[in-house]
Ligand binder design. Sequence first.
Ligand code: DGL
Length: 273
Amino acid sequence: MSAPDLPIALLDSGVGGLTVLHEFLVSLPSENYLYLGDSAYFPYGTKSQAELRGRVAGNLGYLIERGAKLLVLACNSAATAALEPARELAEAAGIGLVAVIEPEAEIAATISASGRIGVLATPATVRGGGYRRALNAQGRGLTVTEVAAPDLAPIIEQGFPFSDDVVETVRGYVAPLRDAAIDTLILGCTHYPLVAPMLQRMLGRDVRLVTAGHAIAAAAQRRLEADGTLIGDGPEGTYSFICSGDPDRFRELGTRFLQLPLGAVEQVATIPT
Ligand code: DGL
């Protein structure tokens, strides 16, 4: 397989990264994609930074070995814990890596009128401080309110039952963001765009929700152009899926969230770390 035909490989702990894949499918439709959901190890958001670093390195090593022309860290918890080692791995393999966090921070800092920005993310992402650093680096003296939502990604990964309990749980996460009178909310977990309508209703129309998707796809395009491996116009590319947990479950949930047929999902044995 020639280098341009190699897939762009995305990593998440489960189905959340499909929200990033969706943006790639829209922005770069002729590319081929390989998506790894490390669902046997879900959730990443409650693991320690050291655990995540090992896990992410193992997964990226596996994707590099299978053959990829670009790596995408489509998981904020992973990007917070392991961005630098992930970049080093990609560099050693002679390919690029793009990741969530910085693109959303840049967009949020640009569009916020009041300078009051909220971040809703997993405990690992909040603890790791990646958004706070990225937002501070924007140099606008932004006021940042971070809320850790330990249950939200697991609720989504379970198929997001629309029960009153779930609504109350989410309302509890939104309350401090409302109190802080933010005008911009970064959805700091790739699972969260899947519940954007509920969050928007609780926050009100005037709060703008920022996700990684579009900006990270643009960053990927720039990197592939620089590498000379971008597939320009052409027929639609292919996509395929691997997970470490139950493949039927992944296919069922993933199909619902991506709103495209996933096809056969390959299960990989435990990924060496
Ligand atoms: N999608 C992952 C993220 O962006 C988190 C979900 C999890 O806790 O594994 O942080």
